[in-house]
Design a protein around this ligand. Sequence first.
Ligand code: PXP
Length: 237
Amino acid sequence: MILGVNIDHVATLRQARRGIEPDPVMAATLAILGGADGITVHLREDRRHIQDRDLKMLKEFVPVELNLEMAATKEMIGIASKIKPDMVTLVPEKRQELTTEGGLDVKSQKTNIQGAIKKIQNARIPVSLFINPDTDDVEISAEIKADMVEIHTGMYANAKGKKKGIELNRVIKAVKSALNAGLLVNAGHGLNYFNVSKIASIQGLRGLYIGHSIVSRAVLVGMERAVREMKELISRG
Ligand code: PXP
């Protein structure tokens, strides 16, 4: 099973100062050294973290699968067709949200999403749809000829007590129906070091896409070394 590492929050940290560090391109290189099978970035309409420059450089430097998450808009389809990432994941996008909140509304947005899929596939880029763990949404995704789906695991990740099992079963059922429909199937959102195992053991999954928990852990496990290096420079005067 592949691991796609989402590095958006490295760029979030950089944008806090509007400076040049930490550079998501360097983060991608280190993630790949650590075993990442893919790098994911979400180019948002408001450019709150990843910038156009990052995407261009990542396309040049990333030797593994580059997955571009984006909204199904004219602007983003134009950018994807020009840059040609290895795959595009279509996600819903709201300006006010802190992160992608739910899966695509493939029922009411069917025509728009179908049109976007065709245009992106015409540029020879495979398309994945980020959808809720819902069998109707899986069927619509297959009908509108997506290559892949990514099943939203956020509800499972946030559930507590009895609800956790219910949400896990929804994910398992959605994965099964997507496999039966002939789709490649991924999963992601809200996965962390505590909850990933149950999702990773679902048969047939192609890959997992994980961001926040990996970037959060990187900040913590790297702190001691970062301080030690600064102390050394200070003590040398
Ligand atoms: N998959 C999709 C479609 C996403 O939008 C995100 C968040 O950008 C992720 C996976 C990763 O989620 P998290 O940062 O919670 O691991």
